[in-house]
Design a protein around this ligand. Structure first.
Ligand code: BGC
Ligand code: IFM
Length: 813
């Protein structure tokens, strides 16, 4: 497959971009503790500590011309030529350009007129800083003297305020300069405990901290005055817009190379170290500089980062006959899961970092894709999320990562939120066996005394759905369910009102959701397993009864003849029915109901997935519904506000595709699941990249559907639940490796043409080297299972009899 912009390099887990003018900026997420950096293939992006809204360190310009404006820039002035290793912002034509996005780092290497500049950008594990290790090589046959300027523009920490409240921000900016370090200390005066340091490990020959002097009031960042003039102004910023820029004059002999690093660090000072509001204590900053004064410390930090990824990925590695699935499953898909763990839906090139924090629904789902890599962090995440549920059962839809407090700035009343907690908690316990988490006292967001345990939250969540059912005995949808845009209680007597202003039909919000019904069924199955494991048999039976009762409502009220309905609206009319003119069939209820056990013994599961195939499947993935809404309908809400084929109005919403893949595999249809898997996989889009436009190494939230004006075009790359669910498709679906309470279940579902696959899985401190053989060309069903040469009954390897290292052979037949 050819892609003129780049290619995968699997052995070193890199995507190598060979042209800077990619169809859209292609992003990499750096950092996985508390310091994060967004970095594109041209060095664009910004950095923040914990929270992209409240602790933004550098500025970014959203929706600018060009896209991806502002970043980590180095300017080189070599004679009259000014160029950037990342091509932008000056965009001087380069003699060579390459950007290697790897896991947690990017390396940009370019050359111009015989000078090569290579910049390795990464965030060392467990440190609140980023490093740009810069190597300059004179490949010409004459000595070269050139000028090098670094550049970042500081954000005054609260990104919302920073981008709106200029009457204040233009007067509060403060910096200090000492030796090779520039300190951005706005906010310190207010007795906050932090500042930002931007330093060079090479002695500087000058600096700038005032944007007006460095760039010029009437210049753009592609024509910075100081660089064009070839000399810095050595300015100190007072208010306006503080920046950090170091200046170096460098001479290299032919063939000579030199290396130094820039360090951008978020520094905190507390306790007795805090001197006075206007004098920053540089002790912690100096400790960082001491540490990295030697480039070998930078090399070590980089090696540590790579070691961390080796380790994280080693929990699950797969070798299938499909190279695309291998490269995604073994590296990129897992890396994207980690990005969603860190950032939920808060900060990407499509999420501003200001609008959203950590999503309740989102983070619970994301956890399914990272719990195996970072179980301890997953544990804390579960406790943080659950603490934002209220005593009624309703949840804050999101919370700020810095404060961990819920906020409902994008509205509340999503009637699915609470149920996702059951999926994440049971996944965590199946992975770790840690039932102790159930007794953790997390409390409720609206009750001061923290007496409620996590188990209480799970029970409340089941009860809340049971107690909030509508006229068909199905779960009420409230503002929306997983589909944020299906707002079925919108209601107005005014003409021309939009879903954004319409009041809700509060008197009778009776719209119901079959998707929540499916999610509830699945949550009941998961919880039942947990109750059995902890010996709560009566509770397990109660949960089985709740499952049966909901199933009864689904099968009697929710079947449309060829597929399951999606919902009932506030007028009690069906949505996602052949009776509707548009939106006759939706994807979400089909996937969830099958996963929850609906249609299992009446043929409806197969039938409904066949309907998905007939009505929703396309070669770019399954669209969300069909036919799209051509006009706006207030009583359906935001869904019909999108033009046909985009977003929830019949776009290919990648997130819900793997639900269908998993449902297909549950029924044993490995061939179709595989075809569907490839249809939506970004790594399979390289031969249509001009249409697709997104990163080939990470999922976008959406691909424009067949009814769109631009079918096949991807949008909203990076932060999407697609990552977690697709990782489950690979690991628990095709490879069939399912962590269970008492052991490791091996239940693969493969395309009939696959003779074999191999998996390495670490599970509860033991390693399993698993070979799945498929001699009869089937898809599913384990005929025999041996562990270290011993036959095992059924398809689950009991942990009790497993050794440290286990050779497993599972034969499908
Ligand atoms: C937006 C939708 C979007 C969803 C997920 C909602 O708040 O209105 O358009 O699809 O969030 O990003
Ligand atoms: O379910 C949501 C998710 O929470 C955010 N992205 C869009 C999805 C569908 O509306």
């Amino acid at each position: 497959m050819s892609n003129p912009y780049g290619h995968f390099e699997d052995p070193n887990r890199e995507y190598v971009i060979t042209r800077p003018d990619t169809p859209l900026p292609w992003l990499n997420f750096l950092g996985q503790d508390e310091y994060f950096a967004l970095n594109t293939n041209t060095g664009g992006g910004y950095s923040f500590y914990k929270d992209a809204r409240l602790r933004r360190l550098t500025r970014y310009r959203y929706n600018e011309m060009p896209y991806d404006n502002n970043g980590r820039y180095l300017f080189i002035k070599d004679g009259d030529t000014v160029w950037n290793p990342g091509w932008k912002p000056v965009k001087t034509e380069l003699d060579s350009y390459e950007c290697r996005h790897g896991l947690g780092y990017s390396r940009i290497t370019s050359s111009k007129n015989g000078l090569e500049a290579s910049v390795l950008i990464f965030v060392p594990p467990e440190e609140n800083l980023e490093i740009w290790q810069t190597t300059l090589t004179n490949n010409s046959d004459a000595p070269k003297t050139f000028k090098l300027f670094s550049f970042v523009e500081f954000c005054l920490y609260d990104a919302q305020n920073d981008s709106t409240n200029f009457q204040r921000t233009y007067s509060i900016g403060e910096v200090e300069i000492e030796k090779n370090a520039i300190f951005h200390k706005t906010e310190y005066r207010e007795r906050r405990d932090h500042y930002t340091m931007f330093a060079s490990t090479r002695d500087i020959d000058g600096y700038d901290t005032s944007r007006d002097d460095f760039v010029g009031v009437h210049n753009g960042i592609h024509e910075p005055k100081a660089v064009l003039a070839g000399q810095p102004n050595n300015t100190q910023a007072f208010g306006w817009n503080p920046i950090g820029s170091h200046y170096h004059e460098i001479t290299l002999q032919p063939g000579e190379s030199t290396k130094h690093s820039y360090i951008l660090a978020y520094v905190t000072v507390s306790g007795e170290k805090y001197i006075a509001p206007h004098v920053i204590n540089k002790e912690p900053a100096n400790a960082i500089l001491d540490k990295y004064s030697d480039e070998s410390a930078v090399d070590e930090a980089f090696a540590k980062l790579n070691g961390l990824w080796d380790d994280q990925l080693s929990t699950f590695q797969v070798e299938t006959p499909c190279p695309i699935m291998n490269r995604m499953g073994n590296a990129w898909n897992q890396a994207q899961c980690m990005a969603t763990f860190n950032l939920s839906r808060s900060a990407s090139l499509f999420e501003s970092g200001i609008g959203r924090g950590m999503g309740y629904r989102d983070s619970n789902q994301d956890l399914l894709g990272f719990v195996h890599m970072v179980p301890d962090k997953a544990r804390q995440r579960i406790l943080d999320i659950s603490a934002t549920q209220m005593s009624s059962g309703l949840c804050f839809h999101q919370y700020q990562p810095l404060t961990k407090k819920g906020n409902d700035e994008i509205g509340g009343g999503f009637m699915d939120d609470h149920l996702w907690l059951i999926l994440s908690t049971t996944a965590y316990i199946r992975e770790t066996g840690d039932v102790g988490i159930l007794d953790e006292k997390v409390g409720y967001a609206d009750v001061e005394e923290k007496t409620a345990t996590l188990l209480d939250h799970l029970e409340l969540s089941i009860r809340y759905t049971l107690e909030n059912r509508g006229p068909h005995n199905l779960p009420l949808i409230g503002h929306a369910d997983w589909n944020d845009c299906l707002n079925l209680n919108c209601f107005s007597t005014e003409p021309n009102e939009s879903f954004q202003t319409a009041s809700h039909n509060t008197a009778e919000e009776v719209a119901e959701s079959l998707m929540i019904a499916g999610l509830f069924l699945k949550a009941c199955l998961d919880l039942q397993g947990l109750y059995k494991f902890i010996g709560a048999d009566a509770k397990a039976e109660e949960t089985a009864a709740a499952h049966a009762e909901m199933l009864e409502a689904v099968e009697t009220q929710g079947w449309d003849g060829d597929w399951y309905l999606r919902a009932f609206d506030t007028y009690k009319e069906p949505i996602g029915s052949h009776k509707n003119e548009e939106g006759k069939i939706y994807i979400e209820s089909q996937g969830w109901l099958v996963m929850g056990g609906a249609g299992a013994d009446n043929g409806r599961a197969e039938k409904t997935l066949d309907a998905v195939h007939e009505h929703l499947y396309t070669e770019d993935g399954c669209v969300l519904q069909q036919p799209p809404y051509q006009t706006y309908h207030l009583h359906l809400g935001e869904v019909s506000s999108y033009p046909p084929g985009y977003k929830e109005n019949a776009g290919i919403f990648c997130h819900n595709n793997p639900w269908i893949h998993l449902a297909l595999m549950q029924l044993g249809n490995g061939d179709r699941a595989y075809e569907y898997y490839l249809s939506v996989c970004p790594a399979a889009k390289e031969d249509k990249i001009e249409t697709y436009r997104g990163e080939p190494y990470m999922y976008s939230q959406m691909i424009a559907g067949k009814d769109a004006a631009t079918p096949g075009e991807a949008k909203n790359a990076g932060l999407t639940g697609t990552a977690a669910w697709t990782f489950l498709t690979i690991s628990q679906g095709f490879a069939g490796i399912k962590p269970d309470y008492e052991g490791l279940q091996i239940d693969p579902c493969v395309p009939t043409a696959w003779p074999e696959l191999k998996v390495t899985r670490k599970f509860r401190g033991k390693t399993f080297n698993i070979t799945v053989q498929n001699p009869e060309g089937k898809s599913k069903g384990i005929k025999s299972l041996t562990v270290n040469g011993q036959a095992v009954e059924g398809d689950t390897i009991p942990l009790s009899s497993a050794a440290e290292e286990n050779e497993v052979v599972a034969v499908i037949g």
